[in-house]
Ligand binder design. Structure first.
Ligand code: ATP
Length: 309
């Protein structure tokens, strides 16, 4: 007599990239407290993975493993869980939906790489597929914008311009592939704390605008030109909160990076280098120097959240 077959839960897996900001220009706070941004995002080849498996109707859970997992809340604050609930509420048509999400993290938490936002985007895509919901990209982008400023870009990927508070994304005219080194900080930085410091340091902030030279460098696919045009208004506030970041950037340039910038609200530093070999050399040098906890070579742009076969 053969043993009864235990059904394997049908699951969906999604891979989603981290982002860096090639330009992050910040205006004065709006009446709703958000800051208007003019930003250029690029998705890079550092990925979190999310698995979504059916659960009992009305049951929504999340578990997290990997890089920085102990710092990620597994309750209603988790962006992936919020994304699943939002999708079910807005597009579930009253069906008995439930999901168990598992997140395998490689993107450092509170690193300025939009790790949480990317998990929100991945959960939208995974659950829409798992539950076989009929949701268009426009509808998905609208839900993503509701979840957070960086979430729509994580769906789109590539290189994109971000307006509004970052949630209004359009693909940028960009050519070429770029080699980056990401230097991870020893401790995270709180995005709201960095913005508060920005407001103190820059009471004179005006309407933000991405520099034309940066867009021209991207159109030309010229890494040397791009390196000189990188700009981040949150870099000074990040230096203010973690003064050692200044030295991290200088060290990367001393070791041959074409350019370097604090990624988003930090503390990750992104260094643009000339080749894959240069990226590996710089990773070794930065790690041996001790200015970063660890360093990873990545390339950009890469696509946004994608279903894995
Ligand atoms: P951003 O650049 O979008 O401001 P970040 O990359 O600096 O964000 P995240 O990794 O998104 O930072 O984490 C910010 C906070 O979000 C964490 O401290 C954590 O408490 C919370 N969070 C909620 N859900 C997640 C998630 N799925 N993964 C990581 N952090 C999450």
């Amino acid at each position: 007599m053969s043993a009864p077959i235990t059904p394997v839960p049908a699951g969906v897996r999604v891979r989603v990239p981290a982002k860096i900001n090639l330009a992050l220009c910040v205006g004065p706070p709006r009446p709703d407290g958000f800051h208007p941004l003019a930003t250029v995002y690029q998705a890079v080849s550092l990925f979190d993975e999310i698995q979504a498996v059916w659960d009992e109707p009305g049951v929504f859970t999340v578990s997290v493993s990997g890089e920085g997992a102990s710092q990620v809340p597994c309750d209603e604050r988790n962006l992936a869980l919020r994304a699943a609930r939002l999708l079910a509420a807005k597009h579930g048509d009253g069906q008995p939906l439930g999901v168990a999400l598992s997140i395998q993290k490689s993107i450092p938490v509170a690193g300025g790489l939009a790790g949480g936002s990317s998990n929100g985007a991945a959960a939208l895509l995974a659950c829409a597929d798992l539950w076989a919901l009929d949701v268009s990209l426009e509808q998905m982008l609208a839900l993503a914008a509701e979840l957070g400023s960086d979430v729509p870009f994580a769906l789109l990927g590539g290189t994109a311009l971000g307006g509004g508070r970052g949630e209004q994304v359009v693909p940028a005219l960009a050519r070429g592939s770029y080699h980056w080194v990401l230097g991870f900080g020893w401790t995270g930085l709180s995005t709201p704390a960095v913005y508060r410091t920005y407001d103190e340091l820059r009471p004179d902030a005006t309407k933000p605008q991405v520099p034309a030279e940066l867009m021209a460098a991207l159109r030309a696919g010229d890494a040397g030109r791009l390196a000189k045009a990188l700009v981040n208004d949150l870099q000074e506030p990040a230096f203010h909160l973690q003064p050692q970041l200044r030295r991290t950037l200088e060290t990367g340039l001393d070791y041959g990076a074409l350019g370097g910038i604090v990624s988003g609200s930090g503390p990750t530093c992104a260094f643009l280098v000339a080749s894959e070999a240069a990226a590996i050399d710089l990773c070794v040098a930065l790690t041996a120097d001790g200015v970063v906890r660890t360093a990873r070579p990545v390339v950009g742009p890469v696509p946004g959240a994608r279903l894995l076969g």
